[in-house]
Design a protein around this ligand. Sequence first.
Ligand code: NAD
Length: 376
Amino acid sequence: MRIAVVRETREGETRVALVPELVGRLTTLGYDVLVEPGAGERALLADAEYADAGAVLDPDAVDDADLVVSVQPLDPGTVRRLRRGATTVSFLPVGQELGLVADLRDLGITSLAMELVPRISRAQSMDALSSQSLVSGYRCAVVAVGLLRRFFPLNMTAAGTVQPAEVVVLGAGVAGLQAIATAKRLGAVVRAYDVRAAAAEEIRSMGAKAIELDLETLDGAGGYAREMSEDRAARQRELLAPYIANADALITTAAVPGRTAPLLVEAATIEQMRPGSVVVDLAADSGGNVEGAVAGTIVRIGHAQVWGGRNVPSQMPGPASRLYAQNIVNLVTLLTRADADGAPTLDPDLDDEILAAACVTHDGVVRHEPTRVALE
Ligand code: NAD
């Protein structure tokens, strides 16, 4: 079975879908791995490392591949080079990629979207949303430390005492909890808020203080948050404003699946922050939690520097690729079985709960219901 690893072409993408260490594991199991030259370059992984792990470097890797793995969706030109019946595994934000989904359908490609892998216990090892959020959350805290021109921890010295930084984190999912844990490890005083009922306990378990607001909690399906009404959103912004005005660093990570990110903080609130304060908005790429944040750059609002995240996992391409690759290998294992000679063969059971949820197109049909409806 031939697995192709592409060199990512989307602007700003630095990750790669398989790292040499895991290529070595696949080749030992009998898979043939073909890698486009330079695939790992931006993640600081040399072609020679892939070759040493048993991969074949091949600019035409995708042409005869049974399975093509990537981080971003393949570009339309690459999709047209695939053989009918080939399988692709990548992030595939179906709502934004309807044209590509139609191509995959029409060309008879089986496509699986990593963000559609269900968040059930059995699929945890394939959960790329979580692995990449872990990277993002850590990165957000480190960016805040880097921009803030003061200590995070308390320092008691002969020259006097330096008070710790006050950090507020909004949104305590996978990324938010990692930002909290990182800021705590660095010694900051951390307060955090999330709309889900279970979040307060999770925040406290990280050693942070949970901000408790006199508002209804918003638990949706599958452990995710529900969208706020505009009234509740306005009240939440008002109640959070004093905490934000008092913070040295604000980190926002709030999201609601399938929606643009909720607006949690108005520019007028940022204007109340002290000179030297820092705002890190992980959600800037998907609408923004902070009014005025711009993805991929730093803007000044009042006295604060406001950093807007853009493809944040790509800012730590080595570890992000390593974690993503492990998710991919676990999914590949689910897609294959050993043939009579013990060699791995692509043979997905699309009725399996995980594959049924993650499969977007197969055999000329869009299997992901909302996408099929959107394409009609
Ligand atoms: P996400 O990226 O969709 O959202 C990030 C956070 O933003 C969530 O915690 C959400 O509650 C919060 N949020 C949304 N609107 C908000 C608002 N108005 N104000 C403040 N916060 C707001 O979520 P995620 O990080 O992917 O994880 C969400 C949940 O899923 C968590 O409970 C997580 O533990 C759970 N989870 C479970 C599994 C599993 O069982 N395999 C895997 C991953 C995550």
